[in-house]
Design a protein around this ligand. Sequence first.
Ligand code: NDP
Ligand code: OXD
Length: 309
Amino acid sequence: MAILFKTTPAAMTRWRPHLAAVLPQREIRFWPEIGDKSAIDCALVWHPEPGLLASLPNLKLIVSLGAGVDHILRDPDLPGGVPILRLVDPYMTDAMSEYIVLQVLRLHRQDIDYRTQQSAAEWREREQKNAAERTVGILGFGTLGQDAGKKLKALGFDVAGWGRSAKDIPGFATYAGPVGLDALLARSEILVSLLPMTPETDGILDAALFARLPRGAGLVNAGRGRHLVEADLFAALESGQLSAAVLDVFRDEPLPPHHPFWRHQRVVVTPHVAAETHPPTALPIIAAAIRDFEAGRPLGNLVDPRRGY
Ligand code: NDP
Ligand code: OXD
């Protein structure tokens, strides 16, 4: 049986050289040249076209080529009952933590203000705090959120996390559910979002949420663009309720050239690169998961489609 492989054309050039080496016994069919659909039993995908997976009559396993699975679950014709695995790769986890540490430090050390001062040749010292005096809240305290939290804590930040379910994670204040969110927000001078995109988290970063943060808080969003209500962010930056935002993910990607985020003085934009999938480390993990599936062994990182992540 064959494996369907579908990603963006740009990413394909990164994956292709590694695929045959890691899955030598399997025929790989690169979308859109996928031939006889009935010969495909496994799909490795990033943003599959709606209906593509349903068109494969013998599909037995779907693997996301990223940590998020919203790009699969949004398909209204997604075949029910086919297990979906998401990618959990320590290389990617490290990359995300590097990004979060960089951006939290940027906000903590007022880098955006000093860049602005530099452009005006303005020599002015700003009030400085140590990391231990800075509270950071992480929305989405799963694989990525916890690792970033540990690394921020190692730098001295006062870190807390928020998830759907209550958790006891030594060394961290943790909060859960809507009631817990209030408490997390009230103590977060820097708010980091590493949530998955689900019906519950759609538009969660809105005016009501910003109003519950300490005045002048900073925001880092590396979860998904649809979490953010863009108009509410502009208003919060305008009023000073938020002091700055670092955004890696957007409702429209690529971010259109005329979008005001590109030129906003208090917004830092990165092009969805916080943690790119890394084929040399991801493929052995994916190949091992396929072997486990075929051998009937229990699978880790199974997605619960009802939960949405
Ligand atoms: P996990 O599944 O390990 O963690 C998700 C976390 O979010 C869990 O703590 C979960 O709670 C929490 N959560 C989910 N729904 C809710 C909710 N309704 N209310 C409160 N908390 C909720 O995912 P990862 O950490 O691996 O990845 C998170 C996301 O990061 C991905 O889905 C993707 O969108 C994004 N990402 C972005 C990348 C980038 O380059 N910008 C790269 C990789 C991922 P609980 O613990 O209770 O289950
Ligand atoms: C992912 C991503 O979900 O890169 O892996 O956004």
